[in-house]
Design a protein around this ligand. Structure first.
Ligand code: THG
Length: 367
């Protein structure tokens, strides 16, 4: 393995020291910020996540803040999801598209108040696009990246652990809602959300000074719950069908190709910049779409992807994420598959760097 040379271009987080002390073994770079990817091993981390509770430094999920009387209008220009019914205290998974209908990001939109939103972004420089739109349309809105560092608490024991620190009111936070909680005299938004299917919360830590005290407080109350430092887990997120921008989709794909059509309301989201392009393309429907795939045989390696997918000697798609699933005893994968071969049960061939493997296309993810 190669190491990552530290530099000012790769930002550390308010939790980086704790993540190092907890024994992070590898990192990736996400929004130009460190994101740990392994602590014990990806498989051991996976079993622990599904059984206990983990604290994840997901500071790299940067917030693009919109502040001003046009904040809501700007937010609706960015996404084909109809946000009119959204109230303060709600979060919303919102595809962001450009003028061609191509995906620019797939963030969680957080409505703090009528005039203040956070766009909790995946790995692309979305703020540049948002600032460009705000200025080009002369909107009354300030666009910034505040010093907010999300900390996720994920796993089946996450609610019990959070209650110990923040009180019983934590239990009444509904999925994709948030409420305000005090910590060290600061108001923190805590949402029931996160990049796993194991249940949990995301704490939007506003201010680096309380980051380490919060980390330590969580580990103190969670000791007998077997709390550990963790991170988004490759195997679990494939099983759950949680997409990774830049891996499973890029600006070459529409939200329909990404299986995110249920988050698009092109009939009513009339302010969305990509709406006309999406409407034009919506006619015949997409010609390729994201699918769950199982790959036969022993555990696939962690090689570079994508891996081309063939059927009858023709290329019919690509696999963009893959891992051995201990629970399902097969390789689970996410791929973009052409319509001729996307029906459930279709047999295909995945060309991995160490040889061709038989594989099956499915309709539904595992979790
Ligand atoms: N939480 C927050 N910010 C984020 C992520 C997150 N920013 C980066 C990245 N993750 C954005 N991508 C996703 C992808 C999936 C989900 C959230 C963010 C997600 N999807 C659920 C699902 O598909 O089952 C629920 C979607 C829904 O029903 O609304 O949670 O994780 N703050």
């Amino acid at each position: 393995m190669v190491a990552l040379s530290p530099s000012c271009r790769i930002r550390r987080t308010p939790f980086s020291r704790a993540v190092e002390a907890a024994g992070a073994k590898a990192y990736t770079v996400y929004n130009r910020m460190l994101l740990p990817t392994v602590f014990d091993s990806i498989e051991a981390d996976y079993h622990h996540l599904k059984k206990h509770v983990q604290v994840w430094d997901v500071s790299c999920e940067r917030q693009v803040e919109l502040r001003g009387s046009d904040a809501g209008r700007l937010m609706q220009m960015l996404t084909p999801r109809d946000l009119r019914g959204m109230l303060p205290g709600q979060c919303c998974y919102a595809p962001i598209v450009d003028e061609t209908g191509g995906m620019l990001n797939d963030p969680v939109a957080v409505k703090l108040s009528r005039d203040r939103w956070w766009i909790s972004i995946a790995d692309s420089d979305l703020m540049l696009w948002v600032k460009g739109i705000a200025n080009g349309y002369r909107l009354d809105v300030l666009v910034s990246e505040p010093a907010v560092a999300p900390l996720a608490v994920q796993g089946p024991k996450s609610e019990d652990m959070m209650v110990r620190l923040f009180g019983d009111r934590v239990r009444s936070i509904r999925f994709f809602r948030f409420d305000w909680f005090q910590f060290h005299g600061r108001d923190l938004a805590i949402a029931r959300s996160g990049y796993s299917k194991q249940g949990g919360f995301e704490i939007y830590v506003d201010g680096a000074d309380i980051a380490m005290p919060l980390w330590d407080a969580l580990f103190a109350v969670g000791e007998d719950l077997n709390v550990r430092a963790g991170c988004p887990n490759l195997i679990e997120r494939i099983e759950g069908g949680l997409l990774s921008y830049g891996n499973d989709m890029t600006n070459e794909n529409t939200p329909y190709e990404c299986g995110l059509g249920r988050f698009c309301n092109t009939d009513t989201a009339i302010e969305c910049i990509g709406r006309d392009a999406l409407l034009r393309g919506a006619g015949q429907g997409p010609v390729q779409q994201i699918r769950p795939i199982t790959i036969d045989g022993a555990a696939v390696g962690a090689h570079d992807r994508p891996w081309p997918v063939f059927a009858g000697g023709k290329r019919v798609g690509q696999v963009t994420s893959a891992a051995w699933s201990p629970d399902f005893r097969t390789n689970v994968a996410i791929g973009m598959i052409r319509s001729s071969h996307w029906d459930t049960g279709t047999r295909v061939e995945v060309h991995t760097p160490d040889g061709a493997r038989a594989a099956t296309v499915h309709n539904n993810f595992w979790l």
